[in-house]
Design a protein around this ligand. Structure first.
Ligand SMILES: Nc1ncnc2c1ncn2[C@@H]1O[C@H](COP(=O)(O)OP(=O)(O)OP(=O)(O)O)[C@@H](O)[C@H]1O
Ligand SMILES: O=P(O)(O)OC[C@H]1O[C@](O)(CO)[C@@H](O)[C@@H]1O
Length: 333
């Protein structure tokens, strides 16, 4: 009897809503292709200490609509050491794995590159991160849900901010990229959006002075709230640093809300379920077609495979067009 192809799967880095939908799609597609499907728990840690599980449709089906990842995730320090990728390769060889699918962000893809130097199986990446910072896919799995979650939370802040005509600084995630900040800022009609793409930390005081003028003008004219969406890791001393600067510079009081990990959880929105399901099915198809060291993504409605190194190296710029248009439109009020 012909030996069945053995496909392994892991989720790595920050979990993102829709990872479970991708795991489910991979498992179902493997069953359809008559492949074995083996999950490894806790990201690359599961390859370090051999934490394997046989994935079946019965096991994965109930997770489709759940956030997080049924395979758990981790940031595995051993992968950064010379022995780590070798150890990972040993585990894959021990299980006779033919192909490994990694769902994660750019760090996880760097892990795939390191592994490729020690393991001869096929490696396929799926973009799974709320940050949307991977080139060659319009969206990453989990981004749409994170934007939705943050938007709903900020809408609630807006209600209470309106009631007291308050200024609020809301910090959103994104590590070092502004996709969440800009999209959430547009969706909530934030009066100001500050992110890596439009902020120079050397000129922080100049931004404070500009913000102070905007806040005073807007509140004098309209008697309404003023929301500042602030990307994490941006402002020196974080959102409370900006809060203090506004107070010291112009005696402006403001509230601070750090949305934090609330943005990573929750049931994936339809857009993420669809993207994850399509990419999961495509990953198994890519294995059947003998593809290697590629990431699958969706660009303009088409599924495309891009060499992993390009997805890591190529920038994924935030579109400034709509941000600028939004700022211009606000000036008209
Ligand atoms: N240069 C590298 N070489 C080998 N492995 C790496 C490298 N960079 C990252 N990894 C592995 O990938 C894991 C995940 O990377 P990282 O923590 O950067 O998250 P990510 O995949 O970028 O996702 P996210 O940004 O959404 O959290 C790391 O914990 C490590 O195990
Ligand atoms: O959960 P951790 O390990 O603190 O990581 C937080 C980081 O992970 C992300 O949620 C996803 O990369 C970033 O937006 C954030 O900076």
């Amino acid at each position: 009897m012909e030996r069945k192809c053995r496909v392994a799967l892991l989720t790595s880095g920050g979990d993102s809503p829709g990872m479970n939908a991708a795991i489910r799609a991979v498992t179902l597609a493997c069953e359809q292709h008559h492949y074995e499907c083996i999950g490894f728990y806790h990201g690359y840690n599961g390859l370090m200490d051999d934490q394997a599980v046989n994935l079946t449709s019965e096991l994965v089906n109930p997770y489709l609509q759940q956030g997080g990842t049924l395979l758990k995730s981790a940031r595995c320090k051993s992968m950064l050491l010379p022995e780590g990728p070798k150890q990972a390769a040993n585990t894959l060889n021990k299980h006779n794995i033919d192909a490994l699918i990694v769902i994660g962000g750019d760090g996880s893809f760097r892990g795939m590159q390191a592994l490729s130097h020690h393991w001869s199986g096929q490696l396929i990446g799926l973009p799974g991160t709320i940050d949307n910072d991977l080139a060659h896919s319009d969206k990453t799995i989990g981004f749409a849900t994170a934007v939705q979650t943050a938007t709903e939370a900020i809408d609630k802040i807006r209600d209470t901010a309106n009631a007291f005509e308050r200024v609020f600084i809301v910090e959103v995630m994104g590590r070092h990229s502004g996709h969440i900040a800009f999209n959430v800022g547009l969706a909530t009609g934030a009066e100001s959006i500050l992110s890596f793409e439009n902020f120079d930390p050397e000129k922080a005081q100049a931004y404070v002075e500009k913000l102070a003028v905007q806040i005073q003008q807007q509140q004098n004219n309209k008697h309404s709230s003023f929301l500042i969406i602030l990307a994490e890791n941006l402002w020196p001393d974080g959102p409370s640093g900006l809060q203090q600067a506004l107070k010291q510079t112009a005696n402006i009081d403001s509230g601070v809300c750090i949305l934090g990990h609330i943005q990573r959880g929750g049931s994936p929105v339809v857009e993420d379920r669809l993207l994850a399901s399509k990419l999961g099915l495509a990953a198994v198809q890519a294995i059947a077609e003998k593809q290697h060291l590629v990431m699958l993504g969706e660009v303009g409605g088409n599924l495309i495979a891009t060499p992993i190194e390009n997805t890591i190296q190529d920038p994924k710029p935030v579109s400034m067009y709509w941000l600028n248009a939004h700022e211009e439109a606000l000036k008209g009020f």
